[in-house]
Write a protein that binds this ligand. Structure first.
Ligand code: 5GP
Length: 125
């Protein structure tokens, strides 16, 4: 079920548990600002989730409350991961779902990074 992205941060969400090491993940990249790991149900040959270490519900929450250092660190991590995976030349897609219409299911900001094949039109029609 999609979440309501205006609710306060719930530190029992699955990605908070992954950040605390309570649930295993297949880590692709980790630094001071971000953790990246393979999606458990991949929608493309490469499907990585990149999350900030801070407690932010969504892109809306992050863009409103995060510090400039957190935002820069997170955005740079996303770009670094795509470059390291060799995705720049063939191309790739970033996606951040927000709230009900965005069909966001996990209430901790995550950017989906898809690559490894032509990804088709942006949205299902
Ligand atoms: P959303 O719809 O919120 O943008 O996407 C949530 C994503 O998290 C989905 O693609 C789903 O497969 C992934 N996911 C949900 N639970 C887990 C988990 O426990 N581990 C990993 N690695 N991915 C998860």
């Amino acid at each position: 079920m999609p979440i309501n992205a205006t609710l306060p941060y719930d530190d029992q969400n699955i990605f908070a548990k992954i950040l605390r090491g309570e649930i295993p993940n297949k880590t692709v990249y980790a630094d001071e600002w971000a953790l990246a790991f393979h999606d458990i149900n991949p929608q493309a040959p490469l499907h990585v989730l990149v999350i900030p270490r801070g407690a932010y519900v969504s892109w809306d929450d992050f863009s409103a409350r995060a510090s400039a250092d957190e935002i820069a660190g997170f955005i740079r991590a996303v770009g670094h991961i795509a470059r390291e995976a060799g995705l720049v030349e063939p191309g790739y897609r970033l996606l951040a779902n927000v709230g009900g219409h965005g069909h966001q299911e996990v209430p901790h900001l995550h950017v989906h990074l898809f690559g490894g094949r032509p990804l088709g039109p942006m949205l299902a029609r």
